[in-house]
Design a binder for this molecule. Structure first.
Ligand SMILES: C[S@@+](CC[C@H](N)C(=O)[O-])C[C@H]1O[C@@H](n2cnc3c(N)ncnc32)[C@H](O)[C@@H]1O
Length: 253
């Protein structure tokens, strides 16, 4: 069965909801979830409303660990989790981060399954010069127009998925997705096309998708559009309102 997007009508509340507060508190007991899609704060000094994006490393890893633990206990067996994570922290030394995310999330019982590379485009020319200085053009600094998406499975039998044809499935399971970023008023939102693709590969209609760091509500919009239920959490009052607005707009389409 291939569900055409045009045949789907968005689900009405409360099938799609965002909760205001720390996900570690507000999502407790809200399962079972069938899929988690999330992009945590990167601890990179982003200018978020109401959330301080430069916290001590130990506190940061505690947050990631807590969310991995919470989502593990709220997901059914055979559910997937997709984490969009940063590649690097800092410059000298550059700390490679996907390995630390993987180890932290695995330590809560998740099984690491795959990595998808989200290529945002080659649009970095001109923005910076990659370390080229007039007198010292000898220290190249590589810019990476891509980010990893780490895929985990909660041990158990995954359920069948029906959204994609065999041709689409063959195409989407190649682990490099070229999707240009698209902006809204949130400083770090990701494009809806990205969450659409993850939802179609890793869940089925009627299932529940959770985003513990909901931001502007990208995952919620995708989920609702594709006939899934959604539950998210957002700590910032401003982004919570943005997310609620985005979900409400979806029902009115
Ligand atoms: C990278 S952004 C997510 C953006 C989202 N994917 C989108 O497309 O809009 C991370 C979000 O997590 C929120 N946040 C940080 N700590 C949180 C927590 N403990 N619980 C819930 N939300 C949190 C931040 O306010 C920020 O909006």
């Amino acid at each position: 069965m291939n569900h055409q997007l045009s045949n789907l009508s968005p689900l009405a509340p409360p099938s799609c909801s965002v909760l205001h507060g720390d996900c570690r508190e507000v999502l407790k007991g809200k399962g079972p979830f069938d899929l988690v899609i999330t992009s945590p704060p990167y601890n990179a000094g982003k200018d978020y409303d109401g959330y301080h994006d430069t916290i001590p490393e130990s506190e940061y890893w505690e947050l990631i660990q807590d969310v991995a633990e919470l989502t593990f206990s709220e997901c059914r067996g055979g559910a997937y989790a997709a984490w969009n994570v940063p590649l690097w922290w800092g410059k000298r030394p550059k700390k490679y981060r996907p390995d630390r995310f993987r180890a932290t999330i695995e330590s809560e019982g998740w099984e690491f399954r795959d990595e998808i590379i989200w290529v945002k485009g080659r649009n970095l020319e001109g923005a910076q010069c990659g370390g080229y200085a007039m007198n010292h053009p000898h220290t190249p600094s590589i810019r990476n127009p891509y980010e990893p998406i780490l895929i985990f499975l909660k041990p158990g039998q995954p359920k069948a998925k029906y959204d994609l044809t065999i041709e689409e499935w063959a195409k989407e399971t190649i682990g490099m997705w070229m999707i240009p970023p698209n902006g809204n008023d949130h400083p770090c939102s990701f494009p809806e096309r990205l969450s659409d693709k993850i939802i179609q590969l890793y869940s089925d209609r009627g299932e529940t998708v959770c985003d513990p760091f909901a931001g502007s509500g990208t995952v919620g919009r995708s989920a609702s559009k594709l006939g899934r239920k959604f539950i998210g959490a957002e700590i910032s009052p401003e982004y919570f309102a943005m997310c609620e607005g985005a979900l409400a707009e979806q029902y009115l389409l």
